[in-house]
Design a binder for this molecule. Structure first.
Ligand SMILES: [Cu+2]
Length: 183
């Protein structure tokens, strides 16, 4: 089933001319081994006299962006965010100096066609849990990039969370599909 969705996603993306015909760009994949984020720093319910500090309860790992074909005007980025706090937080937006516009996207099935669309209300990061942005799912969409993303370069991105505020990350550009699950 997962494979079918990924293939549909590829068809859809290609149809949208988002990524041209590079068939490596959308593949079924599992999170990297290093996407595991350290467990919550403090157990839920721990008593503290210090008010919550911005970004202090979020841990972001495996931030990377997909290499984009020559001439591409859009690109995609991914990461894992874990919430070690006791309150839910929410990724509401992202910005990058490399793109005129940046959106948070999901891939949804409409009938038999997988399509990308902005996530209404952002992505929840539950307390003690995490949110995973990955190739065949949630992603940061860079729109009208100044230049295609090339392998090895780094993309500065500011993520904005509802409670934690702005968190700066650097996304390393690499090829996709490096952890393809075989079914
Ligand atoms: Cu997208």
């Amino acid at each position: 089933m997962k494979r079918a969705i990924a293939l549909l996603a590829l068809t859809s993306l290609t149809a949208c001319s988002y990524f041209g015909s590079d068939d490596e760009l959308v593949t079924a994949s599992e999170p990297d081994a290093n996407t595991q984020v350290a467990a919550a720093a403090e157990p839920a319910g721990v008593k503290s006299i210090t008010p919550p500090q911005s970004a202090s309860t979020l841990a972001i790992a495996n931030a990377w962006a997909l290499i984009s074909p020559k001439g591409a005007k859009v690109a995609a980025g991914y990461f894992v965010v874990a919430n070690g706090g006791i309150e839910s937080d929410r990724l509401v937006s992202a910005t990058s100096p490399r793109a005129a516009r940046t959106e948070i996207h999901e891939i949804v099935l409409e009938g038999t066609v997988a399509k990308m669309r902005p996530v209404a209300g952002g992505i929840e990061v539950p307390p003690g849990g995490s949110a995973v942005l990955k190739e065949d799912g949630l992603h940061v969409m860079f729109i009208d990039v100044d230049a295609p993303f090339t392998e090895g370069e780094t993309i500065p991105v500011t993520l904005t969370f509802e409670k934690a505020g702005n968190v700066d990350v650097t996304m390393k550009v690499r090829r996709g599909g490096q952890n393809i699950a075989r079914h």
